[in-house]
Design a protein around this ligand. Structure first.
Ligand code: ADP
Ligand code: MG
Ligand code: MG
Length: 252
């Protein structure tokens, strides 16, 4: 069983007036098969955590360790992390002009699997995954994220998740901006992947709404750049009622 271990992670970004520490000692362990919800107010550093794990060059690791089955993730390039089984669904997916969804998915799958998927089975795989996510087949020929609606972007992220079958999936606010129908479709996709028992999921969210569809095994409250409290699914209900005030007022 794959295990991602984050220990005392400190991360800075280059701000106008010099480096600014955003993550201030994050500790978190995610095992394959587990679903962890990381919940916190805007600006608490949730996306910074997601990007740091995926290897975004904008974020400087100033302390701590991240390992996947004992292997140093922080030493790996973005590509190596993806091949090792770390997947990030971005809060704000980026456009890739001139690259169709179909080519993008096949290139990604080839990179992650280490060989090109066999064309016949691949076409079927993509078709069936798109159907389940209620995506129009014509979508495959559009350029990645170009002119996509919020819901289409998130479905496309989950389509990647379903096809790439990572060991650790980091889903950054996959629920934001979705109407109820899209939220249900996207959640079902996450639950299908989860149902295999082969993925550890880090579900980053601001709202408890998605947790009605995806039941987390663990809930972590993220505030001021670190995990302020951890518990079971019931912690989400407390947050639903009480909000994040008590954690934020604790001070940065
Ligand atoms: P969240 O995802 O929880 O809303 P973020 O990780 O996006 O939080 O941001 C955490 C904090 O770091 C915010 O105050 C944000 O303005 C700041 N931040 C993130 N990226 C940068 C950057 N590139 N330059 C300066 N500040 C940044
Ligand atoms: Mg935010
Ligand atoms: Mg964010």
């Amino acid at each position: 069983m794959a295990t991602l271990e984050i220990h005392d992670l400190h991360v800075s970004v280059e701000a106008e007036n010099g480096p600014r520490e955003i993550l201030k000692g994050v500790d978190l362990t995610i095992k394959q098969g587990e679903t962890h919800a990381v919940m916190g107010p805007n600006g608490s550093g949730k996306s910074t955590l997601a990007y740091s794990l995926a290897g975004h060059p904008k974020y400087t690791i100033t302390g701590g360790t991240v390992t996947l089955d004992g292997e140093d993730v922080l030493e790996m390039s973005v590509d190596e992390r993806a091949r090792a089984g770390v997947f990030l669904a971005m809060q704000y997916p980026v456009e890739v002009p001139g690259v169709s969804v179909s080519n993008f998915l096949r290139t990604s799958a080839t990179a992650v699997r280490g060989e090109a998927p066999k064309l016949r089975t691949w076409v079927k795989e993509v078709k069936s995954a798109m159907e389940q996510l209620q995506m129009d087949p014509a979508f495959a020929e559009r350029n990645v994220n170009e002119g996509f609606s919020g819901g289409e972007k998130k479905r496309h992220e989950i389509l990647q998740l379903e096809l790439l079958k990572p060991k650790i999936a980091i889903l950054d606010e996959t629920d934001s901006g979705l109407d109820v129908d899209a939220l249900r479709v996207v959640s079902e996709g996450v639950n299908r992947v989860r149902g295999t028992g082969e993925v550890g999921t880090l579900l980053i969210t601001h709202y408890t709404r998605i947790l009605r569809y995806i039941k987390p095994d663990f809930v972590h409250v993220f505030a001021n750049g670190r995990i302020a409290e951890s518990g079971g699914a019931e912690l989400a209900d407390v947050l639903e009622n009480e909000g994040y005030d008590k954690y934020v007022k604790g001070g940065a």
